[in-house]
Design a binder for this molecule. Structure first.
Ligand SMILES: Cc1ncc(COP(=O)(O)O)c(C=O)c1O
Length: 372
């Protein structure tokens, strides 16, 4: 049996008619840059994340880079993020002129550890970038008071967590709601994926929203007048139309991922050498990825491949050990929880269209490997 890590063709087959229908008028109009579909999507994603404004940009990476640029970082200014995340979290800090400073993650959720963040704050710290890794939110209720105390901006890297929420003081709060800004990615494999690159920034700070709109069009809202140097980072109207057609399905897709995750975790109980993902009791996880911690991870991955099962290692190298950040002085052993995670993590197929027989095949193959 074949179980790919992700099967976007299955999703496409189910909604093809709806999506193509929304594209035709746009193609006829030949209006491809920004425009109504982008504005509509900005409103919808802002509403989903309970923010006042959305700013559509070219990628999730730019959804991080643009708010970081709006911080006007000076050389030596520091932004704290996790070493166990996708590269863009730290790469954008560097590209905005800042210095990435890493704080280790928690051993259960692999989200940034607020105690480690507190220990990493210096007089040069300007912002904290928590990453809602794999689709569950970081401990915002512990990070926000730290940010307030030290006058720091909070930029939520919610690229993997659209629609995720966390219960804080009895209220559900959305990914992207509580930080100064939230950044989303519409990379095709995301729970809400475009037909190419795309991203969205959300914020409830109106002057900041205006500034970020300006930064995405070369720093000038008036044609040929540039108040500052920005980027060319617009969300395509075609991508926005695809996303608008897909958005009504997002909640059901994330629910199906949660159901798959629940079924896996129940079936993996008692398998020695495997730890199922830990969901923080306060979180509603969207399972962008279902990531186990596994003994003899690489051999397990090879075994599953031989059984026709696609898996992936997110992420095999912590960011403080990346060659491009050697100048930051990172060393082996500095962030032990992140480093341990890089040796043990394995993402299993969790996409919404997965069948029960496919899930069963994945678990049977894992049990077979461990002799359980
Ligand atoms: C945690 C995280 N941050 C940032 C990004 C960057 O998003 P994009 O690939 O859309 O530029 C991603 C996407 O892969 C991500 O997973």
């Amino acid at each position: 049996m074949n179980v790919p890590l992700l099967d976007l063709k299955a999703q496409h087959a189910a909604i093809k008619g709806e999506v193509l229908q929304t594209l035709l008028p746009l193609v006829e109009s030949q209006l491809f840059i920004l425009g109504q579909p982008v504005q509509d999507l900005e409103g919808r994603i802002a509403a989903l994340s309970r923010a006042a404004f959305g700013v559509g940009v070219a990628s999730g990476t730019d959804a991080l880079l643009i708010p970081l640029k709006a911080l006007d970082l000076k050389p030596g200014d520091e932004v704290i993020t996790a070493p166990f995340t996708f590269f863009a979290s730290a790469g954008t800090i560097h590209n905005a002129g800042g210095r990435p400073v890493f704080a280790d993650v928690e051993p259960d959720t692999w989200n940034i550890d607020p105690a480690a963040v507190e220990a990493a704050i210096t007089p040069r710290t300007r912002a904290i970038m928590p990453v809602h890794l794999f689709g569950q939110m970081a401990a915002m209720e512990r990070l926000l008071p730290l940010a307030a105390k030290h006058g720091l901006a909070v930029i939520e890297d919610a690229c993997q967590a659209i629609g995720a929420r966390r219960r804080i003081e009895g209220r559900w709060r959305m990914a992207g709601e509580l930080g100064l800004v939230g950044a989303f990615s519409f990379f095709p494999s995301k729970n809400l994926g475009a037909w190419g690159d795309g991203g969205m920034i959300v914020t409830s700070d109106e002057p900041l929203a205006e500034r970020m709109r300006r930064l995405r069009v070369h720093g000038g809202l008036q044609m040929y007048h540039h108040d500052e140097v920005g980027l060319n980072s617009r969300l395509d109207a075609l991508q926005a139309a695809v996303l608008l057609a897909k958005l009504p399905h997002l909640a059901a897709w994330s629910e199906a991922r949660r159901a798959n995750a629940g079924a896996y975790s129940a079936m993996l109980v008692g398998v020695p050498g495997v730890r199922a993902p830990v969901v923080d009791a306060a979180n509603e996880h969207i399972f962008h990825q279902y990531v186990i911690a596994a003994d003899r991870r690489d051999a397990l991955q090879a075994h599953l491949k031989a059984r026709g099962i696609g898996t992936a290692v997110y992420y095999p190298k912590a960011l403080h050990l990346q060659p491009c950040f050697a100048h930051l002085g990172g060393r082996e052993g500095q962030f032990p929880v992140s480093e341990e995670a890089t040796r043990r993590v394995l993402a299993l197929p969790v996409y919404p269209e997965l069948s029960e027989a496919q899930r069963q095949h994945v678990v049977t193959s894992i049990r077979e490997f461990y002799g359980a």
